[in-house]
Design a protein around this ligand. Structure first.
Ligand SMILES: *Cc1c(COP(=O)(O)O)cnc(C)c1O
Length: 355
């Protein structure tokens, strides 16, 4: 509390990111980064861009990057927006599209940043419960609202809706923006980018942080019709004209151009995810079907917070979220084969000791 703060600041409850411990030798399975490094072509492009031209401002429109991102999904650059991580893209979208006086709708169990943006922009919101199986029920999103936000695949559950369900959601709210956060889409869900031309109310948000192993570069993007992109651009240009620096634009562009790296990195995660899920089930865990680079799992005989603490004592970090519906679950990032094996062996040991 401070007398210097604007009144709103007193009411903010900021997002708390998964910890980034400084210790080496940790098995870090808590923030859904990829276990492998980014495309070597991206790294080379970043190094090549680190030269005297850094004295110059970057392209404020990031046109080359937007063009390349659009081309991958058959959309022109005026259907593409880029920002400093998808968190920034999401923040701009909340400000640009959701201030209609009615509640913004999102699931009770989803990315907890959505609530934080509502706080920051003073937007009312309503949490729509996932069903007992942690699935999203489209019909529960009917009725007046200020807009709808879903993550697909959802986080932390990892489950995904098909495009037919997304179409139904879009049809429920032709006059409101439906934002589909596809941070994990590349690991096994269908992208709603294919629907952008048909639905003026659709905004699809993606990121380089997960499937492109570039969380440290901070690049996110969105697909939507030009009317939505212009709304986002107005907010962005009223906030920061240069959200993507020269290194980020160069690295992201080279990453998009390295389709071979991307395909094989994603395939490795999908393969390891299957092995991890099977291993967990073999230990008596329930694992939700995952279309993401993490699994959401629980054990009926063991407290999730206790398991997380025991793993931590063995230098393995997973994500445990407090809250009524999430307290008995663990979200575990798919790591390297060796990391997943270390996790399973630690869990085997822990379960053996306490039971
Ligand atoms: C990781 C994540 C993001 C944020 O990604 P950045 O691009 O690194 O800001 C957004 N949404 C969800 C659901 C995520 O899990």
């Amino acid at each position: 509390m401070s007398r210097f703060w604007s009144p709103l600041v007193h009411s903010l409850t900021p997002y708390v990111p998964g910890e980034q411990p400084k210790l080496a030798d940790l098995v870090k399975l808590n923030t859904n980064e990829l276990p492998c490094g980014p495309s070597p072509r991206a790294l080379a492009a970043i190094k090549a861009a680190a030269d005297d031209t850094l004295r110059l401002y970057p392209d404020p429109e990031a046109l080359a990057l937007r063009t390349a991102l659009g081309a991958r999904v058959g959309l022109p650059a005026d259907h593409v927006f880029v920002g400093n991580g998808s968190d920034e893209v999401l923040a701009h979208a909340f400000q640009a599209f959701f201030s209609h006086g009615e509640a913004v709708l999102f699931p009770d169990v989803t990315y907890s940043f959505y609530k934080v943006y509502c706080g920051l922009y003073a937007l009312p919101y309503r949490l729509v419960p996932l069903d007992a199986g942690m699935k999203l029920v489209v019909d529960d999103y009917a009725g007046p609202c200020g807009g709808v936000v879903i993550a697909n695949p959802n986080a932390p559950t990892g489950t995904a809706l098909g495009l037919e369900d997304i179409r139904r959601l879009l049809a429920l709210h032709p006059d409101r923006v439906v934002l589909v956060d596809e941070a994990y889409v590349d690991f096994g869900a269908e992208s709603a980018a294919a629907l952008v031309r048909d639905y003026p109310n659709l905004l699809v948000v993606q990121t380089f942080s997960k499937s492109r192993a570039l969380a440290g570069l901070r690049v996110g993007f969105a697909f939507g019709q030009p009317e939505l992109i212009e709304g986002l651009t107005r907010v962005k240009d009223s906030f920061n004209s240069y959200p993507l620096d020269r290194l980020a634009q160069a690295g992201a562009l080279a990453s998009v151009e390295d389709e071979a790296w991307f395909t094989s990195a994603v395939a490795a995660v999908v393969q390891a995810r299957g092995v991890l899920a099977q291993g967990l089930e073999g230990l008596g865990f329930t694992v939700l079907p995952s279309a993401a680079n993490f699994v959401y799992t629980r054990h009926s005989g063991h407290d999730a917070a206790e398991l997380a603490a025991q793993l931590r004592a063995r230098a393995i970090i997973v994500r445990h979220l407090k809250g009524d519906r999430t307290a008995q679950w663990l979200r575990i990032t798919v790591g390297t084969d060796a990391q997943c094996a270390a996790l399973l062996s630690a869990l085997r040991d822990i379960l053996h000791r306490v039971s």
